[in-house]
Design a protein around this ligand. Sequence first.
Ligand SMILES: [Zn+2]
Length: 77
Amino acid sequence: MDEIDTANERAELMTNMAIQVALSRQPKAPSSGVCRACGQAIEAARLQANPAAPTCCDCAAEAEAEHQRRRKLGGRG
Ligand SMILES: [Zn+2]
């Protein structure tokens, strides 16, 4: 039954292509949904705004505050 084999192969090829297309449509390095800093689940709204967000809102705000603090210190520490 060569015909069936060919059909199966073609179906497999189509599936592979569909997977490739689906993967290429995804944003690069999508977030795991878990904050890298505190391990809590990242807010759904945050993931919607930034699908690659590595941290939750709290940690992002904290990192930003820390960044501002360092800038105010003038890089002497
Ligand atoms: Zn966090």
